[in-house]
Design a protein around this ligand. Sequence first.
Ligand code: NAI
Length: 642
Amino acid sequence: MTLLTVRRDGEIAVVTLDNPPVNAISEAVRKGLFEMVGQLDADPEVRAVVLICAGRTFLAGADVREFGKPPVEPHLPQVVDRIEAARKPWVAAIHGAALGGGFEIAMGCRFRVAVETARVGLPEVTLGVIPGASGTVRTPRLAGVEAAVDLVTNGRPMPAGSALKVGLIDAVVSDLEGDAVAFARAALDAEMPMPVSKRPLEPMPEEFWQKARKAAVKAGHQAPLRALDSIRFATEHGFAAAMAHEREAFLDLRGSDEAAALRHVFFAERAAPKPSALKGIEPRPFKLVGVIGGGTMGAGIAAACREAGMEIILIERDEGAVARGLSNVAAIFDGAVKRGKLAEAGRAERIAGVRGSTDYAELAQADLVIEAVFEEIGVKRAVFAELGRVCRPDAVLATNTSYLDPRAIAEGLPHPERFIGLHFFSPAHIMKLLEIVPTPDTAPEVLATGFALARALNKMPVQAGICEGFIGNRILKRYRAEAEALVTQGVAISEIDAAMRGYGFRMGPFEAQDLGGLDIAFLQREGARAAGEDVPETLGDILVRAGRKGQKTGGGWYDYVEGDRAARPSPRAAELLSARITGEQDLPRPEIAAHLVRAMASEGAAILEEGIAERPEDIDLVEVHGYGFPRWKGGPMFASRG
Ligand code: NAI
């Protein structure tokens, strides 16, 4: 395989780069491009150059295999400068994605054309760094400061159409190579634009920077702020000074804990959807999907599956419940319309694909059925007895239980190899995590179906073994218990919440319980007590017994006034709990957070040891995608590594 090939089309040289699978910018690519400039500059017959990529994408970014390794010459900024300084104009011909260094190379070119489906962007901040090869310096010169701030601090790639509007690219074309050559030829007859690095910049008013700063702070980690700072510096200094400034910030961030954590999550996410044990195993199809129960979870699951193109049959207990279930699903699509994410016609089409019924016989042809009825073993077993009677023997049957033992739910089910736990998170059409819980009977292709479903739904699958709460809720329980223990030692409830917010969670453990309601976990503990288990009384139990179930009852750990979600320290809660508060601990917030994260990690270690999770990364993914653990801290296992 040749990395770079050159073809001539009259006076235009077409350079094709082929570095499968994504044309990552490896050392060889950098060197090849660098030398190519000299070679084509020296060729008197060549007047312009088109740079195009083979395979499914333009240069899609840095070579992840070179992450964390010392950089080797030529460095990317040198390559970009070299292309820009070429004596012949280069035209980047973009398909797929031009991301990170790939887009920086495109900015070194004099022109950029792209097919309509292409995306361009500088996603470096999502890996905890900033662009390191002029992304923060050339982008504002190319497309203006506002577009640059948007592109660089959010890290979200832009589709070709929007990129054209803001000036990141020069044309949207259909026949990429042919049109790029024609574009290059036409450009030779017109006035040549200045190289991007030489273009002037508009200074921005102080208010603009203040506003952008506020938005960047929200990300919670430093890269978006540093990116913003770099762009600002670039607008106030010359090109060379700005490049040096950008490089310094890039190198500084590359070695940061946050970047290491974000890389960790990135690699964990890449590995999660394709467990090696399932290699070569064909999943079963899931076109016609049954959902049992149209409550909070059933409706969300139905909407998610429908959104991914499946046909849905929603089964409920009676006609009234069917109507409620269908309206729960419709409400989700209405919400999407309101937020501008779905057109009216799309809404009608989605809703037409969700049928409601009380008759299980409707599921005779279903490929997959997901149960989301009340969390009661008797109710669930009755549902699966019915499914066992009506469904095809090869239909995959899944439970969404949070705490019950899937083996007990499936007891007596004919063809138990088709049964599996698929634990969605609320709201199911939004939350990315999907815990996949096979029983000892689950067939490999049924497990593979769980993973394939996750992919179809754009969710993050993590396989979990069977224990109470699986991975996520088990760690949550420990986290809450540990937080309660701190309260009994005298640490203020509001300090604990503030500590976890300071760490990067959106909410602390007590605020989160007040929002979700304290009663669910309470009822679960009461159930265990009724079954004869020895479950010590928690502080939450005391509050629920006093009628304090959270925001919905006007108070829980905190007090709330109607119409206001602000948590106010509660004298009543303090009074109720006073007998249990035995210490007068006063811990600094970072110590509180470190203590609670260590507790999560220690539960995680037990989970690993018992084989409930296979890899520590899986535990981190569960926490990041299901429980609001800050991505830039990497998850509890990563954060507590030795
Ligand atoms: P929910 O109470 O909102 O909905 C349950 C629905 O099931 C109700 O609409 C009810 O009418 C229906 N139902 C009950 N028995 C039925 C039967 N025999 N046939 C058909 N429909 C029946 O409950 P939610 O919150 O949706 O929970 C459902 C399941 O999902 C539970 O197992 C729960 O543990 C689990 N889960 C809940 C999460 C949550 O955050 N709410 C998160 C993850 C899992």
